[in-house]
Design a protein around this ligand. Structure first.
Ligand code: PEP
Ligand code: MG
Length: 541
């Protein structure tokens, strides 16, 4: 086999090799287990004991110190299911009808999950996952099985799974994980973003091996930059990979010297090298990596990880903590950029044939002031710290910017009337639609800055789905059409006297940074792991 032909999606840079930690939860038994009438009371008692044990485990993990509020909320939702009268009563009724505790629990859980799955609201639909999770736990306890948990990943292991949910990942000892290999997912999956944030090499969407082969593998090596995967590599391959890992380590050690330097080109242009973050837990890593600020704080995770929309007060606490952590250095928070592919509590997304061309980002936010205004108010309140900037995703027209400004003015007036303190933030936009490129002259007159989102801009300019590996060769920012679009945006910004940054993945590419700087980009924002290398690249321009 030529491994190059059997690549997965390169999701988080770096090479890793280690023992496999297979994370393939066992399917539940499907056969019905009948019991004699004399066993009924004992089986009901067994069911309750298993339920209590599951709840006690959940309470123990919820009360662990250092747990993030979002994770605590997920656990609370699971506890709710464990106490749901329909689930508990349904299981008891089935056991009284003559089936074992395991069968009763599984059937009751499946029936309740099916009710959730039948609902239109995608958020309630997602509750079915919680029901399945509790059912699995209770059934496993009754069967005397221990559910595999990412909490048990041994040091330096490679996590191999079909997919890993945010909830599973939250339980994993992040520092133990040497790499991640999943059969599903793509570069913008939640697990990919988390892996990049923590500097863990990852290959996703690797569908070339059967689950049985992945489970049977003892060792695996992955290259998260190329998507290469080597199951049980032969000694020569293992040696080659070990050399690659050693070389990468050397490069990273050498790069550490650049972490705290001020990136200035030889002709004296200062470039701001900032971090892309998705949660507060990534702040320490970004500061340690030498981030000069935050160029993109994605707020989607705050909404997606939760069972309810975060309130204005909760968001204020989060944005304020972020701003304080980077005191005096700019922190750019992006307003909610969510589409029909990701459910969020309280937003019912219609079915769309082309969600990437649909109701997302600023389009959805402007239609839903009940969701958008609390975020804008929270950002105004966090702006008292002084370094908060706000940018709006998916902008295509000047009208959208004017509508956002009108809402911000409304929010200001309402905060004033309520006697709540707030500050001012600069308002910028992401340039990631071709429409924004062609309207850049007009847009530059109504905003304070541009940040080019090359991930989406490349997909829309080239008309390639950014998640489709088949057309990956066209999905490249260095394509002349995309580079011409970037140059045009920079020219419009220069003429209007505003600054331009870049926060798509291309901002971290050493081969392209010199060209971006030449065009007039003054800020580059990226995964913390790429910051030192970008600073070195700038110094050499
Ligand atoms: C982009 O489109 O380049 C970007 C940074 O935003 P996202 O990847 O979150 O769509
Ligand atoms: Mg985008």
């Amino acid at each position: 086999m030529n491994p190059a032909e059997r690549r997965g999606v390169a999701a988080s840079e770096g090479t890793a090799m280690g023992v496999v930690f297979p994370f393939f939860p066992e399917p539940l038994p499907t056969a019905r287990e009948a019991i004699a009438p004399a066993q009924i009371e004992a089986e009901i008692a067994r069911f309750h004991a298993a339920l209590d044990a599951t709840a006690a485990n959940l309470v123990a993990s919820r009360d662990k110190p250092g747990l993030r509020p979002a994770d605590r909320e997920i656990i609370d939702a699971l506890l709710e299911v464990a106490r749901d009268p329909e689930f508990v009563g349904g299981a008891e009724e089935r056991i009284r009808g003559g089936v074992s505790a395991v069968t009763g629990a599984i059937e009751s859980g499946n029936a309740l999950a099916a009710q959730f799955e039948a609902l239109d609201d995608p958020y309630l639909k997602a509750r079915a996952e919680d029901v399945h999770g509790i059912t699995r736990n209770v059934a496993a306890t009754l069967l005397g099985r221990r559910e595999i948990s990412l909490a048990d990943v041994p040091p330096r292991a490679i996590l191999v799974a079909e997919e890993i949910s945010a909830w599973d990942f939250a339980k994993a000892p992040i520092k133990s994980i040497a790499g991640i290999l999943c059969t599903k997912g793509a570069a913008t999956s939640h697990v990919a973003i988390m892996a990049r944030a923590h500097g863990i090499p990852a290959v996703l969407g690797y569908h070339h091996a059967a689950a049985a082969d992945l489970k049977a593998a003892k060792m695996v090596a992955i290259d998260g930059a190329t998507g290469e995967v080597f199951l049980d590599p032969d000694p020569a391959t293992a040696e080659r990979i070990a050399d690659r890992i050693a070389a990468e380590r050397k490069v990273n050690e050498a790069l550490a010297a650049y972490r705290d330097v001020k990136p200035v080109t030889r002709d004296g242009r200062e470039i701001e090298v900032a971090a892309n973050l998705g949660s507060l837990s990534e702040i320490d890593g970004a500061l340690a990596a030498g981030a000069m600020g935050v160029g993109l704080f994605r707020t989607e995770l705050l909404f997606m990880e939760r069972k309810t929309t975060p309130s204005e007060d909760e968001q204020t606490v989060i944005y304020t903590e972020l701003a304080r952590a980077f005191a005096h250095r700019p922190v750019i928070v992006r307003t909610l950029d969510i589409g029909g592919d990701k459910p969020v509590a309280g937003v019912e997304f219609p079915h769309e044939d082309n969600p990437f061309l649909g109701w997302r980002g600023v389009r959805m936010c402007l239609d839903r002031p009940d969701i958008f205004k609390p975020q804008l108010k929270a950002l105004l309140r966090a702006a008292v710290v002084g370094n908060v900037k706000v940018m709006v995703p998916m902008v295509a027209t000047v009208d959208e910017v004017e509508a956002v400004k009108a809402l911000v003015a409304e929010c200001r007036a309402e905060l004033s009337a309520a006697g709540i303190a707030f500050g001012e933030f600069e308002l910028g936009i992401m340039v990631e639609t071709p429409a924004a490129v062609f309207a850049a002259d007009a847009l530059a007159k109504v905003v304070s800055f541009f940040s080019i989102g090359t991930n989406d801009l490349t997909q829309y300019v080239m008309a390639v789905d950014r998640l489709n590996p088949r057309v990956a060769s066209l999905n490249r920012t260095e394509q002349p059409a995309v580079m011409a679009a970037i140059a045009q945006v920079c020219r419009a910004a220069r003429e209007a006297g505003i600054w331009v940054g870049m926060c798509g993945e291309a901002a971290a590419r050493p081969d392209l940074i010199p060209r971006f700087v030449e065009m007039g980009i003054t800020e580059l924002s990226m995964s913390p792991a790429s910051i030192a290398r970008a600073k070195k690249t700038v110094l050499e321009i």
